[in-house]
Design a protein around this ligand. Structure first.
Ligand code: ATP
Length: 519
């Protein structure tokens, strides 16, 4: 029998409601010390709520918790930290303008002797970095670090404060495959040394690769605990969604027609004078999906921002739906939308939504001026309400409550709201950035089907994703970018992860060299 103290965390009958939403229903969970435990479940299943209760952000309405065999009832996250619990959130809690060292010591310093504590901290952090392979330049300014490194800072910060239990919320959502591998190595080392790790993720492959046990949540309840070695992707998907899920979208052959996007020698120099996009030319025809693959930060985000009107090209031109735009043109996201371009932005928080808006306000963001939402000089509240309600139901945004603040939807449901808004306008061109980031497997299936339907309905779709699987699954042609330039292009048939991986490192295999982007 396992002794109570051998469990890092033990929850009994944890229950939590937010108004009419029953977010956690009598949850039991026991996590053995020194293991990696996956928590999976659909969007809105209640995973983040449960972790927030453990981390002292929320109080459970009822139920009890133990940490390492001791009764545990945190009133805030400081008490959770004192009990040895650390949390790395989906959206990092770092101060961009501070250095790594300052960020880590911030709030954790003892007394007033900051100088002393900085040098002591530096020593301790060097040791932690060595023990766990968590190399981070301590004097670098956080805002200048790649996302993967910022995440390491968060982990270091938790360990520095003595975390023995680490909660990671969607840790690979923003990482490249290489960064994710590095993270898993770090997690493996932490486990070896007795740290217990809880990881919330939608990526079943990762769950199978790194966890010891998995708990599955559905609609607020814990539906199953399984030993990772005894399960597989299909079983986990079915447990989560409550039905069989197609893990690979079915698609027929593309029937491309005339180009709707034509990009010619487009360049972009940012405000610091760095050339982020270098003389790129390509096209996307009606009825096809073109994917842009590349390691994050190689210009793909800027390409989407150029095409959607968020930034202006330094030189070159682009023709969208018959309208030519160059460095001299005056345009903005609204005018781009008005010529039949929909944009699902990569970062729903920075570009897609406004947290304090209700769902129905977020639903018309960027489209509020359209006739369908206005009656004379006033907004047509009824039309907005109805449109939003129908879309929420169609896109299975949960809860389908048009008055709920955007911030109070789970991450995946926020994403579904943005996609619903853009797709419902039926644009001829769809610019799609990271469409399934933080989205559960049932919703991924639906979103992928909708992207294919858009293609089959004659739309031109440009897709940017860090998920190579997603690009390979959906795109008819794939353009690979490196350092702001196009390295080459592969057809869907030629696209395997190895070829793409090489091209993403700027190595073009012989059999690809004759391809040319834009044909
Ligand atoms: N502060 C809040 N006020 C009202 N409702 C909330 C609040 N926080 C969460 N909810 C609701 O509780 C439910 C559970 O949300 P939670 O964020 O825990 O889900 P999740 O499983 O983490 O989802 P995701 O995978 O999409 O992040 C959802 O219906 C959500 O809308």
């Amino acid at each position: 029998m396992i002794h109570a103290a051998d469990f890092a965390i033990k929850l009994e009958k944890i229950d939590k409601r937010f108004g009419s939403v029953h977010a956690n229903r009598s949850i039991d969970l026991a996590i053995p010390k020194g293991t990696i435990h996956g928590i999976i479940g659909e969007n809105g299943a209640g995973k983040s709520t449960l972790m927030s209760i453990i981390y002292g952000f929320y109080h459970a309405d009822s139920g009890s918790m133990q940490v390492h065999g001791q009764h545990y009832q945190p009133h805030n996250s400081q008490e959770a930290i004192k009990a040895g619990i650390g949390m790395v959130h989906q959206h990092f809690m770092l101060v961009d303008t501070f250095t790594v060292l300052e960020n880590i010591v911030l709030g954790a310093e003892d007394g007033w002797k900051l100088e002393d504590s900085l040098s002591a901290a530096r020593k301790k952090l060097k040791q932690l970095a060595k023990d766990y392979g968590l190399d981070v330049p301590l004097d670098a300014v956080v805002g200048e670090l790649a996302v993967g490194l910022q995440q390491r800072v968060e982990i270091l910060k938790a360990l520095y404060r003595g975390a023995k239990i680490l909660i990671l919320d969607e840790p690979t959502g923003v990482l490249t495959p290489q960064e994710a591998d590095h993270l898993f190595t770090i997690l493996g080392k932490l486990r070896e040394q007795g740290t217990t790790i809880m990881i919330i993720t939608h990526k079943l492959r990762e769950v199978l690769a790194i966890t010891d046990n998995v708990s599955v949540m559905r609609q607020g309840a814990m539906v199953e605990h399984v030993v990772t070695a005894e399960t597989n992707q299909e079983q986990l998907a079915e447990l989560m969604v409550g039905r069989k899920v197609l893990l690979q979208v079915e698609r027929g052959e593309a029937k491309p027609q005339a180009p709707l996007i034509e990009v010619s020698k487009l360049s972009y120099i940012d405000s610091a004078g760095v050339k982020r996009v270098k003389d790129i030319s390509f096209n996307v025809r009606a009825g096809e999906i073109v994917g842009i693959a590349g390691v994050s930060g190689n210009g793909q985000s800027e390409i989407l921002s150029l095409l959607s009107g968020i930034i202006t090209p330094s030189s070159g031109s682009m023709t969208l739906n018959g309208h030519t735009i160059d460095a001299e043109s005056h345009y903005n996201p609204r005018s781009i939308r008005s010529i039949g371009v929909g944009h699902i932005p990569e970062d729903r928080h920075k570009q897609g939504l406004i947290n304090k808006f209700a769902a129905k306000e977020a639903y018309i963001l960027g489209y509020h001026h359209l006739e369908q939402y206005n009656k004379g000089v006033l907004q047509d509240k009824q039309a907005i309400e109805q449109g939003c309600q129908q879309s929420m139901e169609k896109w299975d945004v949960r809860p389908a409550d048009t008055s709920l603040k955007t911030a109070n939807f789970s991450g995946g449901n926020q994403q579904k709201l943005v996609i619903a808004r853009e797709m419902e306008q039926d644009p001829d061109i769809l610019l799609v950035g990271q469409p399934t980031r933080g989205v559960d497997i049932g919703a991924i299936e639906y979103i992928h089907q909708q992207i294919i339907h858009s293609r089959d309905a004659g739309k031109a779709v440009l897709l940017v994703s860090v998920e190579l699987d997603e690009i390979v699954n959906l795109a008819d042609r794939i353009i690979v970018v490196f350092d702001g330039a196009i390295v080459g292009e592969v057809s869907a048939e030629q696209a395997d992860e190895q070829t793409l991986g090489l091209m993403m490192a700027n190595i073009v295999p012989e059999h690809i060299k004759n391809n040319r982007a834009g044909r």
